[in-house]
Ligand binder design. Structure first.
Ligand code: SF4
Ligand code: SF4
Length: 386
């Protein structure tokens, strides 16, 4: 047993070398194509299934969108199940390189047809990874929907937000007993056999000091921990929330708390980036190989660019009017990609896609990382599970 523990990472990594070499070559091919604006068929879609949300988070105002009477008519314009099916059927050939579709919101489980949406995509693209990001505050609904999904698609993944322990999660989410509800959601998902559950913690001024406690809490539940800074953008409907920004002192404290997570590419680089010790060298493939589909059918490069409720400056096109090929191959989209070419954020849902597309920066980071052993251990556990 002990022997296995020592050799498993080495064996897994040795097995991965031919694959890694191939991926590095592909990374350079993608860099070249990106440089000359040759758009590849999309690998990743982040689908904002709805802007409806019944949480009341302090760091995100999406939940206020449909509370505003001027936005109410927009809710009727959200993509229906039929629209979603039509999109995936009509663009089937152009989506032949698709690797994964992340479904988010708002709160995706507020869509009564969310299970049908997942199953429809799975039936059309059986090899594509699918997962839902949820606030986890409706355990009974999640249980009912996950039960339906998992019967058809056992590899389905879930991401549940946990922003604090004790009363903190309720304070951040603005919902009573939020931690108990999210924990119950995780327990139900585990009972139903969901293999991959990640818990994301959004760091704000109020809760960042709980990073170690939240990490322990979610790992004790058998989930993977991740954390990221609260963002201000039109997507979160809070572009003017500068008052919630973290001070330099907060950021220094976060860096200290992130140190034990140097085995994790995203969190290690978050620390190095906020401490100014490493600039972001990972190219961003948003708008090239990774796209966002908003609830109204608009295609955007990423979630941080303005969305349909706010303006159309960064919208590449709408799937109700054009094919995805037409949307990505046109002058406006080309100009937009030019505009964001030098843009470098560290937003987890976007960075994780770019890091899988282009592994060069991950390898460079790994060579210098102090968390190599644990990184390899975690990698081998993942490979072992596959
Ligand atoms: S962070 Fe998620 S759960 Fe919270 S308001 Fe925004 S969309 Fe809703
Ligand atoms: S760097 Fe970030 S904000 Fe800029 S285009 Fe890429 S994902 Fe969007």
């Amino acid at each position: 047993m002990e022997e296995n523990k020592v050799y498993m990472p080495v064996v897994s990594v040795a097995r991965s070398i031919p694959l890694l070499s191939k991926r590095i070559l592909l990374s350079y091919k993608y860099r070249f194509k990106k440089k000359y604006d040759f758009v590849e068929k999309p690998h990743y879609i982040n689908f904002i299934t709805t802007n409806d949300c019944n949480s009341q988070c302090v760091m995100c105002d999406i939940w206020t969108i449909y509370k505003d009477p001027k936005n109410k008519p927009k809710q009727k314009e959200e993509l229906t199940l039929e629209d979603v099916k039509k999109f995936f059927i009509n663009n089937r050939d152009f989506l032949s390189n698709l690797k994964s579709v992340g479904l988010t919101g708002g709160e995706a489980f507020l869509r009564r047809d969310i299970a049908e949406v997942v199953i429809a995509i799975h039936e059309l693209f059986p090899k594509v990874g699918l997962g839902i990001q949820t606030h986890g505050l409706m355990p009974e609904i999640v249980r009912e929907k996950v039960k339906e999904i998992i019967k058809q698609y056992p590899n389905f993944g879930l991401a549940v937000s946990i922003d604090g322990v004790g009363d903190m999660h309720a304070k951040i989410r603005g919902i009573k007993n939020a931690l108990e509800k999210a924990t119950q959601t995780i327990r139900y998902a585990k009972e139903l056999g969901v293999k991959s559950i990640t818990c994301g913690m959004t760091l704000t001024k109020d809760n960042y000091y709980q990073i170690p406690e939240v990490k322990k809490y979610v790992e004790d539940l058998g989930c993977e921990f991740s954390c990221f800074l609260a963002e201000s953008s039109d997507y979160f409907y809070n572009a003017s929330n500068a008052h919630k920004a973290l001070s330099e002192e907060d950021l220094n404290a976060i860096c200290e708390l992130l140190k034990p997570m140097d085995y994790h590419y995203f969190m290690s680089n978050l620390r190095l980036r906020i401490s100014g010790r490493r600039r972001t060298a990972l190219p961003c493939y948003s708008g090239y190989m990774s796209i966002v589909l908003d609830p109204y059918g608009n295609v955007k490069p990423c979630i941080l660019r303005p969305q349909g409720t706010v303006g159309d400056e960064d919208i590449m096109g709408n799937i109700k009017q054009k094919s995805l090929h037409e949307i990505l191959y046109n002058h406006k989209s080309s100009l937009l990609r030019k505009k964001i070419e030098k843009c470098r954020c560290w937003c987890q849902c976007e960075v994780s896609n770019s890091a899988v597309i282009d592994n060069v920066d991950v390898v460079k980071w790994f060579v210098k990382s102090s968390g190599k052993k644990e990184f390899l251990n975690k990698l081998s556990q993942k490979i072992y599970k596959l």
